[in-house]
Design a protein around this ligand. Structure first.
Ligand code: AMP
Length: 548
């Protein structure tokens, strides 16, 4: 027997319509590439998104067509999300920090029909336009009086002029909720990037899940500033979550340094933020150097790579800010787990509570996870057995765009497909997952595994260390041994011996790095994560002291 409830499709346009109706005067504040602070609200955003949708459809964007963006976080980017997605097209966010050759490859693979860009990225567009024959128009997201001209870009359009041609009478179409709405390519450190193609249904369910109190826990009382870029897995869902709950949004634009972010936090009364650890390193350093405090910030989500425990403590003890450590990936839209305390943890001593909060956390309802050994046998949830992390759920990819790379899923005995995350993890008896490593970064020493993340976190707790990375170096006897690579804090005095001794008593003796190398900076990838592949290239000729 079928249930007798209405069958209303889950569509992203309904999120914005709801926001315009119920939270119409809630502000969206953006620092623009024009240099000023721009203010609109959900009513204004929805009207402009409808006009843009009409303009795009008049320009030839049809169902399923990809509209790409190379843009910072801002209200125009948000309009594009809803216009392109809401009309039946697909919003394809591209990471501008990738090499232009990679960007051109992605644009061609996605067969993008239009590409909208902040003028910061004009040189990239000039470099790739001739190589991207499918793109019918390049849309400069800038006021008309600042419109650039370039003979290298055929079909250069002004965003505001395009929008002016669209009618506010446009009505959002009722689409199949399983139709595609967003496309995001993985960073692809090996092989070509692969596209995760989100549907309306997966995006709306993910936003509901993300907004739950034990997940991101956003509400209409929040002022949310996503530092995480809208080109990094949809800013972790915040462009859908904020209008869904009616939160004020503050977009930082291109200035992501500590001072610029701090100023916006204070000026706009930001209560809630989200970003990768490297961004917060910059902010905390700036605040320490100026002895500053937050007056409104209460919580921040930190993920994308492991959040060092020292950072969680500093946010809490020095600034009174709760860190919500989260784990996810492009293929998961991106949220999988978040670390919050449950009722069972309330009575625990502070130290034990901190240990829980340092983990990557508990799944949100909707995501199922397990850890398996190399024979695909499930491992116990005992907090110490570690294995390959597999997940499934309604916002997890089942295959990549254009079936790139074939079927990624691993079947279990009942025929359910699981997505292999490529991460190695433990799960404790309360269901809290902790990432040990990316499977290709884990250090294999004498047949056992050493977690590079654990060793990095410990190094970051040393007062003289500004940043740290650990990689495995080939060893004739042990297969691999850990090498600690360190950036010192300015004027700090620390040597190899100090750092090696710092590990004494904190990890098993055989985990302690064999050597330390000091560098001026650690290479970061396009989303702010340590680029271990690059580090391995840089240290390709390095030999460990006892293996020379
Ligand atoms: P991406 O799809 O580029 O966002 O990368 C996803 C990968 O980032 C995951 O598979 C993890 O390896 C890593 N990652 C994300 N969040 C965390 C976290 N909180 N701790 C450790 N690794 C993380």
């Amino acid at each position: 027997m079928q249930g007798l409830m209405m069958d209303m499709p889950l569509l992203i346009s309904t999120i914005l319509q709801q926001a315009a109706r119920h939270f119409g005067d809630v502000e969206i504040v953006s620092r623009r590439v024009e240099g000023d602070i721009h203010r609109t609200d959900y009513r204004g955003l929805e009207t402009r998104a409808r006009r843009l949708a009409d303009a795009l459809s008049k320009a030839g964007v049809a169902d399923g067509d990809r509209v790409a963006t190379l843009a910072w976080n801002g209200y125009r980017h948000m309009e594009l999300y809803y216009a392109a997605g809401g009309m039946g097209g697909v919003i394809h966010t591209i990471n501008p920090r990738l090499h232009p050759d990679q960007i051109a490859w992605i644009v061609n693979h996605a067969e993008d029909k239009f590409l909208a860009f902040d003028i910061t990225f004009l040189p990239i567009i000039e470099a790739i336009a001739a190589r991207c024959p499918n793109v019918k128009g390049w849309i400069a997201m800038i006021d008309p009086d600042r419109q650039p001209s370039s003979d290298k870009i055929p079909g250069l359009i002004n965003y505001e002029a395009l929008l002016d041609g669209g009618s506010a009478d446009y009505r959002w179409p009722t689409l199949d909720e399983n139709s595609a709405v967003g496309l995001c390519y993985t960073s692809g450190t090996t092989g070509n990037p692969k596209g995760a193609l989100y549907s309306h249904r997966s995006s709306v369910i993910h936003a509901y899940a993300a907004a739950l109190p034990d997940a991101m826990g956003a509400s209409s009382r929040d002022v949310i500033l996503p530092v995480v870029p809208m080109f990094h897995v949809n800013a972790w869902g915040l462009p859908y979550v904020a209008p869904m709950v009616g939160a004020k949004l503050v977009f930082p634009g291109q200035h992501l340094d500590g001072q610029s972010i701090y100023e916006l936090f204070e000026q706009e009364g930001v209560t809630y933020s989200a970003g990768v650890p490297t961004v917060w390193l910059g902010l905390l350093q700036y605040m320490r150097s100026k002895s500053l405090r937050f007056s409104t910030l209460k919580r921040t989500v930190i993920g994308g790579s492991a959040c060092p425990p020292a950072m969680i403590r500093s946010f809490r003890d020095d600034y009174g800010v709760e860190v919500i450590h989260a784990w996810g990936m492009t293929e998961l839209s991106p949220l999988g787990t978040l670390a919050k305390l449950q009722a069972r943890h309330q009575g625990l001593p502070d130290e034990a509570q901190q240990k829980v909060l340092e983990k990557q956390g508990h799944v949100i309802f909707g995501i199922d996870m397990k850890i398996v050994d190399d024979q695909n046998q499930e491992l116990p949830w005992d907090g110490s057995s570690f294995g390959n992390l597999l997940v499934r759920g309604p916002w997890v990819v089942r295959e990549y765009f254009k079936s790139e790379g074939g079927n990624p899923l691993v079947d279990d005995e009942e025929g359910h497909g699981w997505f292999p995350t490529g991460d190695v993890a433990t799960i404790d008896s309360d269901g809290y997952m902790q990432i040990t490593d990316r499977s290709k970064d884990v250090i294999k020493s004498g047949g056992e595994w050493i977690s590079s993340i654990d060793l990095e976190n410990l190094a970051l707790a040393h007062p003289a260390v500004a940043n740290a990375a650990v990689i495995g170096i080939a060893h004739p006897k042990w297969d691999e041994r850990p090498l600690l690579i360190v950036v010192k804090k300015p004027d700090a005095k620390v040597d190899r011996k100090d750092l090696i001794e710092f590990y004494d008593g904190k990890v098993a003796k055989w985990w302690i790095p064999d050597d330390v190398q000091f560098v001026d900076e650690i290479p970061l990838g396009a989303t702010g994560k340590i680029l271990k592949t690059r580090l391995r290239e840089l240290f390709a000729d390095y030999r460990l002291p006892d293996a020379a």
